[in-house]
Design a protein. Structure first.
Length: 503
């Protein structure tokens, strides 16, 4: 995993700044902050309303958690069952251990068709491995068909949100991108294009229509894979996915191995929780399912179907008893929309195709914590817990963040490429390690703790407002807590000591 940068090969970890530096620049962009604030507040308000319509939401959330945990415990068995079912339905299954192997497989499959163009339905897995760049290097052009992904592609930009990749753009910026760039990729934008949503959507529809009708190869991801039948599922709101999945003669789906569910009955749970948590809809406007291939020229669907099952660090993550819960994620993006850090810093600061709270725990596990950006991501949180409260599969993101912070500071044994290795503590955390060890010693020696508390109270008038030396980075963005006039234990003894019932 050391050489694989999730989602943006042109921005490898060694050159991407740590989260604090990237976030500091983003926070200074007033337009970006305005776009994010408006979008995230709108989405989360609608989601909250949609969730309250379901009387058994807590039970659905618990069911989703248990289904995912059961599947992850028996992942090997369900993946083999899926392979058998897909093969029996006429599909071909490929296994990719990492991004390089997945890109090689997909590139080879496209070349076998003799085509030099492909259409894509939004897939985070293909962004994770940098598939578009790999195809371009081999003379194959990939056209994104999701509206937000199209905006990102035309703008030579990077996704900044799981559900709405162009959330950092406003309507005026989108109009300018369409007017300037569409002609380089195909049908140009209409003359006099305005920034009204209807006109922007129509411009995208006309631009993409010709690509749908001539495409012979489609590339997709999948929201879910059903092991018992070998069925893949894509949910979306625009209909572009339906076009990509049914019109091309060859379909190549690149899917992370954690996207599997055992049965259709299990799928039913997620088809209730995913749309409400993501788009605040009771159900997605388009829910497309396909099993294998079609053998009729008049039937919808591909005559050739390839499924590329992607590991790329997932089995290493599975080996971590605390961190593995990140693999429950169904990519709803609810955690991003409630996160105060994401709202202010935006998605690009995370240096990953997976931004926000889920990215802060998923990317350092898939890629490791060896780079500056990945070592900083577990700290990209206030630990307020809002992300855990809205997660439809109950991923305890704050718990994993603290777990990964410990890994960064202390090092220790982890699994990398299937092997147990011992990580060294990350650079720059010596003061933190010393402070934590000192705190541990103090908390295990009550007399020393009491003496220190009394000394702090008696000298509080001399305390600085900011910390000196290495502590300056901490207090530069936080207020130092005020020390009380007397320690709690002394106050309790003075006011309650000796009274009946006092303990």
């Amino acid at each position: 995993m050391s050489g694989t940068f999730v989602g943006m090969p042109a921005f490898p970890p060694p050159t991407h700044p740590a989260f604090p530096e990237a976030a500091r620049e983003a926070v200074g962009n007033a337009t970006l902050r305005g776009n994010l604030r408006h979008a995230t507040h709108t989405i989360r308000a609608k989601r909250a309303k949609a969730v309250t319509e379901v009387s058994d939401w807590a039970e659905l959330r618990e069911a989703g958690k248990r289904i995912k945990d059961h599947t992850l415990r028996h992942l090997d068995r369900y993946l083999e069952q899926l392979e058998e079912a897909v093969t029996a339905a006429g599909g071909i299954v490929h296994w990719a251990v990492d991004a390089a192997e997945a890109n090689e497989i997909v590139t080879r499959l496209v070349k076998m068709t003799g085509e030099s163009e492909v259409v894509k339905v939004k897939s985070m897995a293909t962004q994770e491995i940098g598939l578009n760049e790999a195809l371009e290097a081999e003379g194959i052009r990939a056209y994104e068909t999701d509206l937000a992904e199209l905006i990102v592609q035309l703008g030579k930009d990077r996704p900044s949100h799981i559900l709405v990749p162009a959330i950092h753009r406003n309507r005026g910026e989108i109009r300018d991108i369409f007017s300037r760039e569409m002609s380089e990729w195909g049908r140009p934008a209409p003359e006099g294009l305005t920034d009204t949503p209807a006109e922007l959507a129509e411009a995208a529809r006309l631009h993409l229509r010709e690509k749908f009708l001539r495409a012979k190869v489609g590339i997709s991801g999948a929201n879910f894979m059903v092991a018992e039948t070998g069925t893949l599922v894509v949910v979306e709101s625009e209909g572009n996915g339906r076009m990509c999945l049914t019109l091309p003669e060859t379909l190549i789906s690149v899917v992370g191995i954690e996207k599997i569910v055992p049965t259709w009955r299990d799928l039913e749970v997620f088809l209730q929780t995913l749309p409400r948590s993501s788009t605040a809809e009771r159900m997605n406007p388009y829910t497309s399912t396909w099993t294998g291939t079609t053998d009729s020229e008049t039937a919808d669907g591909p005559s050739t179907f390839h499924l590329v099952l992607l590991d790329n660090g997932r089995t290493d993550t599975l080996a971590d008893e605390v961190g593995r819960q990140a693999l429950r994620c169904i990519r709803c993006s609810a955690c991003l929309n409630v996160c105060p850090v994401y709202e202010r810093a935006g998605g690009h600061a995370y240096g990953s195709v997976y931004p926000g709270p889920i990215g802060a725990i998923l990317s350092p596990q898939l890629r490791g914590t060896g780079s500056e950006i990945d070592a900083s991501l577990p700290y990209a949180s206030s630990l307020c817990g809002a992300c855990y409260e809205v997660c439809p599969v109950a991923i305890d993101i704050p718990e994993v963040l603290v777990h990964l912070r410990e890994r960064v500071v202390e090092g220790g044994e982890v699994t990398r490429e299937g092997n147990k290795v011992v990580l060294r503590p990350a650079k720059g955390h010596a003061a933190e390690r010393a402070a934590m060890r000192a705190a541990r010693w103090a908390f295990t020696h009550p007399r020393a703790l009491r003496t220190g508390q009394r000394a702090a109270s008696r000298t509080r008038r001399f305390h600085p407002r900011t910390l000196p030396g290495p502590g300056r980075a901490w207090s530069g963005t936080r207020d130092l807590p005020h020390v009380p006039a007397e320690p709690f234990r002394d106050w309790w003894q003075r006011t309650r000591g000796g009274k009946d019932g006092a303990r």
